[in-house]
Design a protein around this ligand. Structure first.
Ligand code: HEC
Length: 131
């Protein structure tokens, strides 16, 4: 009897861990592990489509590379993509706060062979949101 009770307690304790292990990072229900760093935002939100190396790919839709992408030079372009979406890329405003959008745009502009050093700020994003 004692063993069984201990087993049930263990099961109950481990259940939330399973629930958090879901594959929907950044989803609003997943409050336990919000992406904090710019890298985490990329990995949890953008990477699913644009791939870990940011080279994009061809799945259900053609996904453009962010690596070595001269269109990132103008920060308003990637910010606008995230705010409004286009084609198979949904707007990501439900998932990301303006500060997270700023940080992930700064991240892609300075990684994957891009070197647009000027950081994008939360204020830049809010301005584009009309705030
Ligand atoms: C659900 C899949 C998906 C996710 C998630 C996603 N994207 Fe995209 N992204 C796309 C697709 C598809 C396109 C091409 C849209 C089109 O032009 O029709 C695109 C296009 C872009 C472009 C324009 C590239 C170009 O050369 O025109 C940028 C910039 C971009 N995404 C950045 C991001 C960033 C940054 C994130 C994470 C915050 C992100 N995307 C998350 C699917 C996604």
């Amino acid at each position: 009897m004692k063993t069984r009770a201990a087993f049930l307690i263990l099961l109950a304790l481990s259940a939330p861990a399973f629930a958090q292990g879901g594959d929907t990072p950044g989803a609003s229900t997943n409050k336990a592990r919000p992406p904090v760093t710019s890298e985490q935002v990329y990995q949890q939100v953008c990477q699913a489509c644009h791939m870990a190396d940011a080279r994009g790919g061809k799945g259900a839709a053609m996904i453009p590379a962010l690596a070595k992408n001269p269109k990132l030079e103008e920060p308003g372009y990637p910010i606008g993509m995230i705010l409004q979406g286009r084609g198979a890329m949904p707007p990501l405003t439900d998932l990301l706060k303006p500060a997270q959008i700023a940080t992930v745009v700064t991240y892609v502009r300075t990684h994957f062979g891009n070197s647009y050093k000027k950081p994008v700020t939360e204020a830049d994003v809010k301005m584009m949101m009309g705030q």
